[in-house]
Design a protein around this ligand. Sequence first.
Ligand code: TXA
Ligand code: MG
Length: 349
Amino acid sequence: METKLLSNSENDLNIAAEIIRSGGTVVFPTETVYGLGADALNPDAVKKIFTAKGRPADNPLIVHIYDVKQLNEIVSEVPESAKKLMDKFWPGPLTIILKKSNKIRNEVTAGLDTVGVRMPVQSEAKRLLELSGVPIAAPSANLSGKPSPTAFAHCVDDMNGRVDAIIDGGDCNVGIESTVIDLSGEPIIYRPGDVTTEQIEQILNCKVKTVSEVKENEKPKSPGLKYKHYSPKAEVIIIKGSVEEVVNCVNGQKDRCGILIFDEFSSELNKKISPNIEIISLGSMKSPKEAASSLFKALREMDNRGVKRVFAPEIPSTDKWSGVRNRLYRAAGNRIVDAKNYFEKSKNH
Ligand code: TXA
Ligand code: MG
């Protein structure tokens, strides 16, 4: 398939909208990550998304809108709690799961009777939705299992030849996918993100559970929870220990390695880590937003630099860091090692 590489000009957005209306697929920028979109009301178009991504058919898609008036063709009811969150956080990085309408077919929801809806704030996304005139179903535009794309180049790497068009909207601001909250029953957060639990609880005026892990053999209420996610080709390992221990561990590896760090350690580590180790900073330890916007880019960059193993810092288990922690720890398959032991074990091999 030939993929049109489009700019974010009005003319190119019109071309993209025409592709959506005629049942094709378009990769487009949002404030969180790039999405791989198709007309949410056209089951054949929606199927193309799953093929392009190599996504399991049992993992449902998020439906994107630009105006709340589109809600009545997508969901069967909007509870008061959802209205409150929409008022506060839309347009923006929050997906709300509600009972679906009859117009939304099983291809979108993977057979569930609920549907995730989101109104992005990014200007190209809004304009594309408006010009298309239809709700757009879109998962993140990565090949299934890879880190979500947060730059045009990531989308071209993953999707060139697999979709009808890719729109260049520059780098994504937020950098991790939207917060997902289920309001079709008792409120549950399935995926932490830029909109934090605390912010949601403040608006809903009640405690909200988060379920972002499922145990083996358990059927998750949000199918995405059971899939391994966000992994670069390199093995990712969370490493704990003193700076000294981490330096020894990383310098002692035989394979080509990389390390993700925070700016605060940059000058010290630059002096101590051997020059053949790739170092990429996630920004300041004080800024979860900065880390979110650089995380997926950093993981992809480690692959480009050809490293076999990436060591990453522990992330605080606080509400503000939960989005970054969730993505990074899932990329690591939750593997956390002690720098001292890991070094000794790998030496003994
Ligand atoms: O920021 C985002 O949300 C991006 C941009 C493109 O909007 N989209 C995105 O989509 O991350 P995706 O498909 O990669 O992740 C959607 C997650 C999946 O884990 C899926 O299982 C869950 O939301 N999900 C979608 N619909 C659901 C539903 N009806 N019930 C439970 N979980 C649902
Ligand atoms: Mg995804």
